[in-house]
Ligand binder design. Sequence first.
Ligand SMILES: NC(=O)c1ccc[n+]([C@@H]2O[C@H](COP(=O)([O-])OP(=O)(O)OC[C@H]3O[C@@H](n4cnc5c(N)ncnc54)[C@H](O)[C@@H]3O)[C@@H](O)[C@H]2O)c1
Ligand SMILES: [Zn+2]
Ligand SMILES: [Zn+2]
Length: 437
Amino acid sequence: MQAAANKFQDSMGPVPTAISPEYKHAPGGETMKALAWFGNTDVRVVDAPIPDITEPDDVILQITGTTICGSDLHLYHGEILALQKGDILGHEFMGKVLKTGANVHNLKPGQRVVSSFQISCGSCEYCQQKLSSFCDRTNNSSLQNYMYGQRDAGFFGYSHFTGGFPGGQAEYVRVPFGNVNLLPIPDGVTDEQSLYLSDVLPTSYHCVVDTGVQEGDTVGVWGLGPIGLCAVKWAQLKGAKRVIGIDTVPERLAIAQNVLGIEVIDFNVDKDVSKKVYEMVPRGFDVALDCGTFHEPKGMLHKVLKATMLETDVLETINEMIYCTRKMGRCGIIAAYAGIGHGFNVGALMEKGIRLIGNGQAPVRKYWEEILNDYIIPGKFDPTFMITHRVPIEDMAKLYAAFDKRIAGVEKVFVETKFSAPPSAGCPKLTRVDDWQ
Ligand SMILES: NC(=O)c1ccc[n+]([C@@H]2O[C@H](COP(=O)([O-])OP(=O)(O)OC[C@H]3O[C@@H](n4cnc5c(N)ncnc54)[C@H](O)[C@@H]3O)[C@@H](O)[C@H]2O)c1
Ligand SMILES: [Zn+2]
Ligand SMILES: [Zn+2]
């Protein structure tokens, strides 16, 4: 599948973009540790060349914090097209500026910054509105153009479907258009509080704001991984009067209940989730948010459809959301989907007047300053509540397997490198994945 996708993309040639994904190697030939993809559930920590300034808008970072995201699991399972052996993954990271290109005037060596997971140019029609994930000038994927008619921005470490840029599960990274894609972090804010401005915080915030959660709403959240838990918190901050979370991982249900104070449904206990929702909320949800994952079918029908390649993406959650939402209510999809699904309940969508919103890949630059200044600094949203573990980059391959199986209550992880500061007060200390359980 990957080989065919790459071949098809090659035959169409790259779409012209403002930057190139390949990086120059640092002089001297030194190497760094980085996590690379080699096949389905086969990722490895390798020695890769350290990047150097390649284009004048580049910044080279020494990574001081990185992590794994639910979206990386789609890559781990080969569910995203156009991966190539040796691709360096990772799209959520922060670091210290090591070098700046000739066009970068707003950052200095040594400065602490967090990176956006998407690479935006800063000047196209979308970037002018800070819709950075929709930048027109950074993703060369002719395959995505062919499949969707248009393309997202380029992303770090997320296959050649999003530009083929090396990612930040590494000791160093090259950040193209570093002047727009890096946010300086003030001294009083810790690394653990900043790292997730890269993705999880703006993504969950976008999901809640873009789907239109309002004062007094009753909200259903499917999936209580990092994105779902943060969406719960944002919904509460935006005035939702009741939030119900749906998942099956015991530790995740427990954080939702005990830390965030919401009601939960375990979909392996209440197999008919819709029935349970109507018992709890007879009127139905005002808003439903899909923070789950497209490649874990629950029912036999979708297991078969997926196994036989009759669908790539499972629509169970989307159908449940439409069914459980009140007439004229709103459903948002922030969970990543990439291809085609079967059995969509279009009748319920139309007849109930449901507003089904594809939230898109979240435009990080639209929200990250607001989240930092209005929520993290004043203490209204402390992202450290979701950090369960800290591991060294050497354990990154083992972390993929552990995070995929959701062992040892793993929720969000802080991955350190030799450049990281010691753990901040109250945050998890360093552990090795082999010692979990
Ligand atoms: N749009 C964006 O910009 C963006 C950015 C980051 C992540 N994402 C996506 O958001 C989703 C969540 O990310 P995460 O890091 O929290 O992932 P995660 O894999 O840690 O969590 C997903 C959770 O969904 C649960 N789940 C699976 N099937 C379910 C079902 N049928 N009903 C209810 N819950 C179900 C799982 O048990 C798991 O706890 C992923 O799909 C990820 O790709 C999107
Ligand atoms: Zn992500
Ligand atoms: Zn742009």
